[in-house]
Design a protein around this ligand. Structure first.
Ligand SMILES: Cc1cc2nc3c(=O)[nH]c(=O)nc-3n(C[C@H](O)[C@H](O)[C@H](O)COP(=O)(O)OP(=O)(O)OC[C@H]3O[C@@H](n4cnc5c(N)ncnc54)[C@H](O)[C@@H]3O)c2cc1C
Length: 411
């Protein structure tokens, strides 16, 4: 079926999928990308390996988007992980399933994902223009009529806006879409960096930076009250804390910090042992390794970077006689293992946030088509929408699915 002309603004995950799909459905497609290359964020995603989606079933999948996740139900009913896996399979990109239901290209190269889209768009004869900065959507009588690109008006029947969020602006997604949509009447909800590392000025970070921990429990305290917890990985950075557990707790932290609340993070280095069992383990170590230095005994329980921090926090002298280790000190030690506190002073900037929280209000978008309820012929896809999820491949699936639906819906 021959359709009208479609301009896709932004060559990221959502825009690439939207452009290919609209062309496949018979539209004459022009893809405008302001950077030199398409898919730059895909290229750095998943630490350069690109976690394209997740094996979770639909009901669980949607929970990873928080309360706004229900908006995606109809979209996912049409294009979900199974369809995406088939798409990559047909494009000869084998994927492998990893821990936590995460799918990655078997090659381990995110750029292979970009290549799949590049080849598909060429086959579908999408006209791709790089260094093409869109600065305005032209609307007449409630319908889209064109865009202003590099100061020139280009006329069109449909515009799919897929300019991404505001995080990692060096990849091209610097928040332009919020201004473009705002200017034509859309509401933009509060924008905040999400999945973002946290800052701390705790002096112990000097010796801990670069250390990665696994299988630990992380608890979040806001104004002294426990407000969340997560289990898994944590990394110490030169500025504070990062890693999967911290990123997933960061959303609550960002809001609380903006409200002037006090934040602390507590680590339990031995979540599999309660205080009683840990105490018994320490007693046994002190008994069987009688006479060894406390540093040597702790080495069996802690990463080496943590030893000085531990002794300092528990006021244990390095030269203590371990054959006469005071019970009071042992208790303190056990307690420390289960509750190591870091005061959080802030969160890192947009340049380190994985996604944007907030975006174009979902109330103004038709979830069956991704078309704007305010302007005919304007479709919105990807992170630009007021949607974001946990890590695990959920964000890219949402970008691909909303892009596919927008591309399927153009007239
Ligand atoms: C470091 C990092 C790692 C990540 N890893 C993963 C992962 O492994 N799995 C996962 O699911 N999610 C991951 N994400 C999140 C995921 O990459 C994004 O949610 C997703 O790429 C959003 O896709 P998008 O198409 O909406 O936007 P983007 O991919 O950001 O694409 C937007 C495009 O629009 C272009 N553009 C912007 N403004 C204009 C304009 N005015 N004119 C023309 N073009 C414009 C930009 O240059 C860009 O190419 C990661 C994010 C980051 C930052």
């Amino acid at each position: 079926m021959v359709r009208g002309k479609t301009i896709v603004v932004g060559g990221g995950a959502a825009g690439l999928m939207a452009a290919g799909r609209a062309a496949q459905r018979g539209s004459d497609v022009l893809l405008l990308e302001k950077m030199e290359q398409k898919g730059r964020k895909i290229g750095i995603s998943g630490k350069g390996r690109c976690n394209v989606t997740n094996s979770a079933e639909l009901p669980e999948f949607m929970t990873h988007f928080g309360k706004n996740g229900k908006f995606l139900r109809q979209c996912f009913q049409q294009y979900f992980s199974q369809e995406l896996l088939t798409f990559f399979q047909e494009a000869n990109l084998p994927l492998s399933l990893e821990r936590g239901g995460r799918y990655f290209p078997e090659s381990g190269r995110a750029l292979d994902v970009v290549k799949v889209f590049h080849n598909w768009l060429e086959r579908e004869k999408v006209d791709f223009r790089k260094r093409s900065h869109v600065s305005r959507i032209v609307v007449k009588d409630g319908s889209v009529t064109g865009v202003v690109c590099n100061n020139i008006i280009i006329e069109t029947d449909n515009v799919i806006l897929a300019t991404g969020g505001q995080s990692y602006p060096r990849t091209g997604s610097s928040g332009d879409g919020y201004k473009l949509a705002g200017k034509v009447g859309h509401t933009i909800t509060q924008l905040r960096p999400a999945l973002v590392p946290l800052s701390s000025s705790d002096p112990s970070l000097a010796s801990l930076k670069g250390l990665d921990l696994r299988n630990i429990e992380v608890r979040l305290f806001i104004d002294g009250k426990k407000k969340g917890q997560d289990f898994g990985e944590l990394s110490f950075t030169p500025h504070g804390l990062s890693g999967a557990t911290i990123l997933s707790l960061s959303e609550q932290v960002v809001v609380a910090i903006d409200q002037g609340k006090q934040i602390s993070i507590s680590l339990d280095l031995k979540p599999a042992l309660d205080e009683k069992k840990l105490n018994a383990r320490l007693l046994r170590d002190l008994e069987t390794r009688r006479g060894e230095s406390i540093e040597s005994i702790l080495r069996g329980l802690l990463p080496k970077e943590f030893i000085a921090v531990c002794l300092n926090a528990c006021d244990i002298p390095v030269a203590i006689d371990t054959s006469n280790f005071p019970a009071k000190m042992r208790k303190k030690l056990v307690h420390w293992f289960k509750d190591i506190r870091f005061e959080i002073s802030g969160y890192r900037s947009w340049s380190e946030a994985i996604v944007t929280s907030g975006g174009i209000s979902l109330k103004e978008i038709d979830p069956k088509t991704m078309e704007s309820k305010l302007i005919k012929g304007l479709f919105i896809a990807g992170e630009l929408l007021d949607l974001h999820a946990d890590t695990g491949g959920f964000n890219l699936q949402a970008a691909f699915s909303t892009g596919w639906l927008a591309g399927s819906s153009v007239r």
